[in-house]
Design a protein around this ligand. Structure first.
Ligand code: FAD
Ligand code: NAD
Length: 455
């Protein structure tokens, strides 16, 4: 066995969270080993946020062109997936090559170790036959992998996950999407806009089930308007694949569905067993690694990103990474605060949300006031015309007079969310929000109307 190699910090997994921690600590002068099993940068730039948003951008352009006839004349567009696939391959992922990201890390002074790492006791990590000892500690940032729902027959079929969808050079003629969460709805709409016949099957009674019911209804309406068949409250009994076709049998009566492709988008989970977390006293069967507010998961151990189970979003991983960096460098700073966690589902219309839903607030026993105002009722929404679907929903803690949750759906819904994000984060009194000036005519003036409608 080779000698144990020393470092200040070992970061396991170089997705957005781990790459930020490792790079920033290296820049600060620490001896950092970054261990990466696949591509430096992780899921987000290669198989997730970035390529999906390139797809969304392209799909939205097609949809906007379709609205020209109502407002501006005639536009004839011919969807061509090759442009999208080419842009993803060339501009976003460099053909799934991470050399630029790897160089970025090593240029900061980090040591990149390619391979699958695992813990080997406190402050120790093994990668193949190498063992590293981290004087300050280890940062777990290994993300999540798709949770493949246990449907009879699914195993062994050539189903797709997000990774296959991101690398597709051609689109299938038809696709069943299992799961109506963020991945399912974003990809269903894009594929439909490129003329793929899509059916979404969601087990719960609405799409985007973790968000407000109004958000799920809006997403379903938007998808249906693009020709997607949306089945909610629907369970799959059996899946099979023969030749080039999937057959999906649903619970209850009815004709089985057939499609060329099946996309499984039924959530993601952290797999702690291969990380040997038991060697540092953590439960390998847990769903996530628990941390305190400074992202500490134990003595000389931190965790950031999806693995912490605090929301599978790149911005959460970066936010947590910043806190972990400070803590590792011995700098004081506030604990992680998830009260104003924003998230945006990039459908058209975009559906942004921050903080608690009405239901979550009521379940906490809070006395709430709420309001829902349609974007189309604002001057800008009305001027916008086709594509102006959406709403602002506010959730106020009536006893404290502050917003604790909000949804911003509509054209640029994710951008409009920002004001609400600030309001929830900074606990700006509703009374103050009601007496500020909102530019005219903007979509965000709907917020002013929604504040006035709180009941
Ligand atoms: C289709 C899709 C679209 C998404 N869109 C958005 C979006 O628009 N906005 C948003 O905020 N979020 C989005 N997300 C979520 C976002 O991708 C994740 O929240 C983010 O990538 C999490 O970063 P992370 O650092 O925790 O882990 P990851 O990005 O998962 O990176 C973890 C890294 O660890 C490596 N690794 C794992 N195990 C080991 C090991 N044992 N040894 C060494 N290396 C290891 C992996 O290879 C990987 O590179 C999307 C996700 C998907 C799937
Ligand atoms: N815009 C974004 O920020 C963005 C986009 C995509 C993904 N993501 C992140 O990636 C993570 C994973 O996305 P996701 O969409 O896979 O997960 P998700 O948890 O958001 O949604 C999965 C859905 O699948 C449903 N489901 C599970 N088993 C099923 C079954 N057998 N039949 C029918 N439906 C079933 C669930 O009820 C749930 O609604 C999310 O947590 C999200 O945070 C973010």
């Amino acid at each position: 066995m080779s000698a144990i190699e020393q470092a200040d910090v070992v970061v396991l997994g170089l997705g957005p969270g781990g790459e930020y921690v490792a790079g920033t600590l290296a820049e600060a002068g620490l001896d950092v080993v970054g261990v990466e099993a696949e591509l430096v940068g992780g899921e987000c730039p290669y198989w997730a946020c970035v390529p999906t948003k390139m797809m969304v951008r392209a799909g939205n352009l097609l949809a906007e062109a379709g609205r020209v006839s109502a407002l501006a004349g005639e536009a004839v567009v011919t969807p061509d997936w090759a442009r999208v696939a080419g842009r993803i391959r060339e501009e976003a992922t460099a053909d799934w090559n991470d050399q630029v990201a790897a160089d970025r890390f090593t240029a900061k002074g980090g040591r990149l170790v390619r391979g699958t790492g695992r813990l080997a006791g406190p402050r120790r990590v093994t990668v193949g036959d190498r063992t590293f000892e981290a004087r300050r500690g280890v940062v777990l940032a290994t993300g999540t992998r798709p949770r493949i729902t246990p449907v009879p027959g699914l195993d062994g079929t050539p189903y797709w996950t997000n990774r296959d969808a991101m690398t597709a050079k051609e689109l299938p003629a038809s696709m069943v999407v299992l799961g109506g969460g963020a991945i399912g709805v974003e990809l269903a709409q894009v594929f439909a806009r490129f003329k793929c016949a899509v059916t979404v099957i969601e087990g719960q009674d609405r799409l985007l089930a973790q968000e407000e019911p109004e958000a799920g209804e809006l997403a379903a309406d938007a998808l249906r308007a693009d020709g997607v068949t949306v089945l909610t409250g629907t369970r799959v009994r059996q899946i099979s694949h023969a030749g080039t076709e999937f057959t999906v049998r649903l619970e209850g009566e009815g004709q089985p569905l057939t499609a060329e492709r099946l996309l499984v988008a039924t959530g993601r989970h952290a797999d702690l067993t291969p990380l040997a977390v038991d060697t540092v006293g953590l439960d390998p069967s847990a769903q996530s690694v628990r941390t305190d507010g400074q992202m500490r998961a134990g003595e000389g151990l931190w965790a950031v990103g999806d693995i912490t189970g605090r929301g599978s979003f790149t911005h959460v991983s970066m936010y947590q990474a910043e806190i972990a960096v400070r803590d590792i460098l011995g700098q004081a700073g506030p604990d992680a605060d998830y009260r104003a966690l924003p998230r945006v589902t990039f459908t058209d219309p975009e559906i942004g949300a921050v903080g608690l839903t009405e239901r979550q607030a009521r379940e906490q026993g809070l006395r709430v006031r709420t309001s829902v105002v349609a974007v189309a009722s604002s001057t800008r929404g009305w001027i916008h015309g086709p594509g102006n679907e959406g709403f602002i929903k506010l959730v106020e803690d009536a006893d404290r007079g502050v917003l604790i949750g909000a949804t911003s759906a509509g054209p640029a819904g994710g951008e409009v969310l920002h004001g609400l994000n600030v309001a929830v984060h900074a606990e700006v009194p509703v009374d103050r929000l009601q007496h500020m000036i909102y530019a005219y005519p903007t979509v965000h003036r709907t917020i002013e109307a929604a504040l006035g409608a709180l009941r």
